[in-house]
Design a protein around this ligand. Structure first.
Ligand code: MN
Length: 721
């Protein structure tokens, strides 16, 4: 039975002032929460977090990290909650435990080779405090050590593959050398047992042959240092089977020499002595060319510092020698964790300072990673803080800039998905398209066949891909509308002058206006860059237009009716949805709705404004009949969209009348977007209401419902200004 006392004894060896109370409490809590749960080995579950804590105690970690390790599976696997952990063990521990749980949640996603780097960045990004990652790595190490208890070989393989693709490079990146080597070798045993066994056999053969030699070399190096007054520890260390195998793969070599399997290490007090020791080794033994590396003057990207050299050593053996200080030795084993480790004599620094130093260290690592010769893999590490990593429903990982939304995600998956996107689900819940995505979110995009990109998306998307697709669509849409408008304007002139309109008649003047296509010409007219009458004159140079006379009021009315009726060659121009920045606008004076009889007024360069046919504003255009345009509602397959309907309402000044008003409108599917009180008396209030509706029928329904309501004195659709 594992109890926390050995753990506490272990912590006391490096932190004599350590208070065991919270660790004991965490132990009792974890034991209680995991009660009844067992590991694959059959042991009670709580032994696992305790072992993980032990691994971190070996790394001399601080108390919050140890407690986090003991609690690390409680949020994910038991009924414990964040608030409870916070109340019991404080915010620091609760945040750390929560971080570890977040990482656990993203495990087991299928990750293909090239996605592994993204996944590593996701893990880094999600462990905002490096201690989260340290606990996770220790957790993984214990799980790998006990992997043989898992029955299914596929599951063992999956976990080993995930470990070698994700966690080994992470451990390497933050400099946890020993942990990395052990993880690697455990994965090796799982993934390629035959190769590992053959190396193990060869090793034991070489070891038998070399046992005496190793001690001989150690003794000789020791006396060499002692003779020059350098206080040095000398040790021989066998390389791991995995690193030997990798080297054989990489260099396509066999291994037969001692230097292939052993490294000797000289650990001294300070940097001066490092170079002193190096001088002694080099002046005593012949060096092997091309094997000298000074990682003290130029540390590895993960912070590793040491001198490496290979010499023809005692008894003519090729020997690899590593020279470093004690501090470097600790850092080489613990990497960034060394900064969190308790140091005797030094009281723990304040948390903020540590946090800051850790961040700076990591940023340095990431920056230096740009040096290609030092890259563990040939992947460039972007600053992961500015990225967000999310999943498709199938578990594919997508990397996006921070602040990205479901629309960015949709376009990143496929432009077709982006164009047809109508909604999104984030982690299974419906979410607005402008929601900012978080690391680890799973996004489901809902699409519809008839949907097209909305220009309003441009306000919140952050990726260039999404933006350019939306812009391209809007431009195309604008061009289509301007082209339809231009054609309608030209048709009208043909009709006025008594000619039948055909595209063919226009087609042959297209080159004269330096256009490639007839639609460009129409769009030019619609946008106001070309004058319709000029084009008409170019087509019919001999035609004489009778002088126009100012129309009477009666003729204006007639004009509107005529425009409405269309007739002749001209067909009404169909009006589509209300898209900002488009060629077609709805007049604010009369708020036309689908179902209303409408007419368009052309403003050069600004497109066409749609009014209801009885709008008073139209009087202002009586003098310019050429600006009137026949338009009609397009009953296309589009889903019903909202239009603004304006109501003039008078309500009794009694309690609750306003509430009743909005309830009645809401019940009838209307949505009030604006309310303006125009006059107030003792008994009545007059107001203007803007309501989102689908069409006139919808608005008329609302009007009828309001008229049936006692507190409402009168309701009319507002006309004119
Ligand atoms: Mn665990």
């Amino acid at each position: 039975m594992i109890e926390p006392s050995p753990l506490i004894a272990q912590i006391k060896t490096y932190d004599p002032d350590f208070d065991p109370t919270p660790v004991n409490r965490a132990y009792e809590y974890a034991k209680k929460m995991h009660e009844g749960q067992t590991r694959s080995s059959g042991e009670p579950y709580y032994t696992h977090p305790l072992e993980v804590a032990g691994l971190l105690a070996n790394m001399k970690m601080d108390t919050p990290t140890i407690i986090t390790a003991i609690l690390h599976d409680t949020l994910e696997d038991t009924s414990a909650t964040y608030d409870e952990v916070k109340a019991q063990f404080g915010e620091e521990v609760a945040t750390l435990v929560n971080g570890v749980s977040k990482l656990s949640r993203i495990e087991g996603q299928t990750v293909e080779g090239k996605q592994a780097e993204n996944f590593r960045k996701l893990v880094l990004a999600m462990s905002e405090d490096i201690r989260v990652l340290l606990v996770k790595l220790a957790d993984r190490l214990h799980n790998m050590r006990t992997l043989h208890h898992i029955q299914k070989p596929e599951k063992r393989q999956r976990i080993a593959r995930e470990t070698i693709e994700i966690y080994v490079p992470l451990a390497e990146r933050i400099g946890l050398h020993n942990l990395k080597e052990e993880l690697e070798d455990l994965c090796f045993a799982q993934l390629n047992p035959e190769a590992r066994e053959s190396i193990a056999n060869r090793l034991s053969f070489l070891r038998q042959e070399g046992t005496e030699v190793v001690q001989e070399i150690i003794d000789e190096l020791r006396s060499l240092m002692a003779a020059s007054g350098i206080n040095a520890e000398v040790a021989g260390r066998e390389k791991t089977k995995y690193s030997i195998w990798r080297k054989m793969q990489r260099k396509n070599v066999s291994f037969e020499q001692l230097s292939d399997i052993m490294a000797f290490r000289i650990v001294v007090d300070n940097i001066e002595q490092c170079y002193g020791a190096l001088g002694l080794v080099h002046s005593t033994y012949p060096t092997v060319p091309g094997r000298f590396k000074d990682y003290i003057s130029t540390p590895k990207p993960n912070g590793y510092r040491s001198i490496h050299t290979t010499v023809i050593g005692p008894a003519n053996h090729r020997v690899e020698v590593q020279i470093r200080t004690r501090d470097m030795q600790e850092e080489a084993e613990l990497g960034v964790a060394a900064h969190w480790a308790y140091k005797s004599g030094k009281k723990a620094e304040k948390k903020d300072a540590k946090q800051y130093r850790w961040l700076r260290d990591l940023l340095e690592i990431l920056e230096q990673e740009q040096r290609p010769e030092e890259l563990l893999e040939n992947t460039k590490l972007e600053l992961f803080q500015d990225q967000v990593y999310v999943f498709t429903p199938k578990g594919d990982l997508i990397e996006l800039p921070a602040g990205s939304t479901p629309v960015d995600f949709a376009y990143a998956v496929h432009s077709g998905v982006g164009d047809k996107c109508v909604g999104s689900k984030i982690n299974g819940r419906i979410a607005p398209l402008n929601t900012k995505l978080n690391n680890g979110d799973q996004i489901d995009i809902i699409t519809a066949k008839n949907q097209s990109p909305s220009p309003t998306w441009e306000r919140f998307v952050v990726t260039g891909k999404a933006r350019s697709h939306i812009r391209r669509f809007v431009r195309q849409q604008q061009r289509d509308q301007y082209s339809a408008l231009g054609k309608a304007m030209l048709q009208k002139i043909f009709q006025q002058e008594g000619y039948e309109f055909t595209d063919k008649a226009v087609a042959h003047v297209v080159p004269q206006f330096r256009m490639d296509e007839i639609d460009d010409l129409y769009a030019g007219i619609g946008q106001g860059n070309l004058v319709a009458r000029e084009i008409f004159r170019t087509i019919f140079p001999a035609h004489k237009t009778p002088t126009a006379k100012k129309p009477t009021d009666a003729e204006v009315e007639q004009q509107a009716i005529q425009a409405r009726k269309g007739g002749g060659a001209g067909k009404p121009m169909p009006i589509k949805g209300l898209i900002p920045g488009m060629a077609v606008h709805y007049a604010r004076c009369c708020h036309p709705l689908p179902g209303d009889r409408i007419v368009g007024i052309v403003t050069t360069g600004k497109g066409v404004t749609v009014h209801t046919i009885d709008c008073e504003t139209l009087e202002n255009f009586a003098d310019t009949p050429e600006r009137w345009l026949d338009v009609s509602w397009d009953d296309g397959p589009d889903s019903p969209e909202s239009h603004v309907g304006r109501l003039q309402v008078t309500i009794s000044n009694v309690a609750g009348a306003l509430g009743t008003l909005s309830t009645v409108i809401g019940k009838n599917g209307g949505n009030i977007i604006n309310l303006k009180i125009t006059s107030r008396s003792l008994d009545f209030w007059d107001m203007l209401l803007d309501v989102y509706v689908n069409d006139t029928r919808h608005l008329n329904n609302i009007i009828a419902a309001l008229r049936a309501t006692p507190q409402i004195a009168s309701v009319e659709r507002a006309r004119g200004r």
